[in-house]
Design a binder for this molecule. Structure first.
Ligand SMILES: Cc1ncc(COP(=O)(O)O)c(C=O)c1O
Length: 460
């Protein structure tokens, strides 16, 4: 928490939070009632503990969410720029998905057998994302966990490498930060705050700063890395864009040192049709995506090259029988497959991406102008339909991004916006534009944010 940074009046900030908390309590009485009732049987009153991480005095209970609009149980309506932190990137309850669900449920939900449409969906995945072989899981976490296991098996190497400040779901191997001491470069330590870990999650992981090709090469040159797992743009510690040429370096170095490159596009699916990798010709060995891939129905996929597929087959042939340690019963179920196909056919269209990009670009320009008008040294980063603003210069890595974060200010801004019908993700300043988000929605966000800055800006 830092009130001494330029542009913001700390006293005004605290006054605003106090007033907005009171205002929230007045306008969310039914949510308050449900929050109290829910504590009887849910831990902290919510079905998943992180739902308390929204910066509101008590949880907000949702009655319905359609398109970009969310309505709470008190009848308050919001334009949603959080969009389920990407799960609803193509809008809440897209008609293409509700139709697919209605049709598919009459044909059975899950059978432990491949559904009739499997061959067709495989063809569509290969055609859109450019990789020949595919597998499905229920969540991106599951996909990443499985992919890391395959990478170790295929390469015969034990260690993986990730970037400091990354998030790839609750995959133990990646719940690490890089040790900053110069003599321990590449070493990973467990993230702060992990609950109930029974082993050292960093024991077989190395971590280096994003955009640091020299540190990356030093670790890869040891020859023990099975895979590098990376988002092409870091999106979970604020947004960190790749420096010019860094991703090509990453691709070249992983190839040279025999490590697989796993690109996790769970968030950067927002970049362009076919994802960031396709648009930037990144050519990953393995490509992972969850959340929005089936229009928000629980589903994730990973695609891989013919070489990786050959390695997987070799591993299967060579091993003794027994459980592989990978797989969950509902993965690849008929319902998820139906939604995946509907999403590929009807949601991830060129027109959808065009609309998302146009609105996001309009919003990014507006934010840039707004910060300049208020003489705030803040930046805006964008990857396609996804934007983030930060309270300093564009960061080059996770540590820099973390240093510029300002939780108290984020809290104030989010609450001010929420009380005026606008939702941002709770954890940082991410805004996502769906195909249904309009310039008018973006303008409303801009003018409300301007009102907030007028009140807390030190020049006000
Ligand atoms: C890049 C990335 N990968 C994977 C995940 C995990 O997704 P899930 O929570 O759906 O398993 C996330 C979640 O935020 C993510 O941001």
């Amino acid at each position: 928490m830092n009130n001494a940074r330029p542009g913001i009046d700390g006293v005004a900030l605290r006054r605003l939070v106090e007033r907005e908390n009171t205002s929230f309590l007045t306008t969310h009485r039914e949510s308050a009632r449900l929050a109290t009732a829910s504590t009887a049987h849910w831990l902290n009153g919510v079905p998943m503990h992180w739902m308390r991480d929204w910066n509101t005095p008590h949880p907000l209970f949702v009655r319905r969410a359609h398109g970009v609009e969310v309505e709470d149980v008190d009848g308050n309506r919001y334009i949603d720029f959080c969009l389920g932190d990407t799960g609803a990137m193509f809008g809440h309850a897209p008609p293409a998905i509700t139709r697919a669900l209605a049709a598919a449920t009459t044909e059975g939900i899950t059978a432990m057998l491949p559904a009739e449409r499997v061959a067709r969906v495989g063809e569509k995945l290969a055609s859109l994302f450019g990789l020949p072989f595919w597998q499905m899981t229920q969540t991106a976490t599951d996909a990443n966990r499985v992919v890391l296991r395959w990478a170790r098996a295929v390469t015969g190497r034990a260690r993986i490498l990730c970037f400091d400040g990354c998030y790839h779901g609750t995959v133990d191997d990646t719940l690490v930060r890089a040790v900053q001491a110069p003599n321990e470069q590449g070493t990973a330590r467990p993230r702060a705050g992990l609950i109930g870990m029974g082993h050292d999650v960093g024991a077989s992981t190395d971590a280096v700063p994003f955009n640091d090709a020299a540190a990356l090469e030093r670790v890869l040159a040891r020859g023990h890395t099975a895979a590098v797992i990376a988002e092409p743009v870091m999106t979970n510690i604020g947004m960190v864009l790749p420096a010019e040429g860094f991703l090509l370096h990453l691709r070249e170095l992983t190839r040279r040192h025999g490590a697989l490159l796993i690109v996790d596009e769970t968030h950067t699916l927002s970049s362009a049709r076919g994802g960031y990798s396709r648009a930037a010709s990144l050519q990953p060995d393995v490509w992972v995506c969850g959340k929005a891939i089936a229009g928000g129905m629980p589903c994730a996929v990973f695609g891989f090259t013919a070489e990786v597929a050959a390695g997987m087959r070799r591993v299967q042939e060579d091993r003794a029988g027994g459980h592989s340690g990978m797989g969950t019963t509902l993965s690849g179920n008929a319902l998820a497959l139906a939604c995946l196909e509907a999403s590929l056919d009807e949601l991830m269209t060129p027109a959808s991406y065009q609309a998302m990009q146009d609105t996001a670009s309009h919003l990014a320009e507006g934010l840039g102008r707004l910060f300049a008008t208020h003489a705030l040294p803040w930046h805006v980063s964008r990857v396609g339909a996804r934007l983030e603003f930060g309270f300093g210069r564009p960061p080059r890595n996770g540590a820099e991004s973390e240093r510029e974060s300002w939780p108290e200010l984020e809290h104030a801004i989010h609450l001010f916006l929420l009380n005026r019908g606008l939702l941002l993700t709770p954890f940082h300043n991410m805004m996502l534009c769906s195909p249904l988000t309009t310039r008018a929605h973006a303008d409303r966000l801009l003018s409300t944010l301007r009102d907030c800055l007028r009140e807390i800006g030190s020049a006000a």
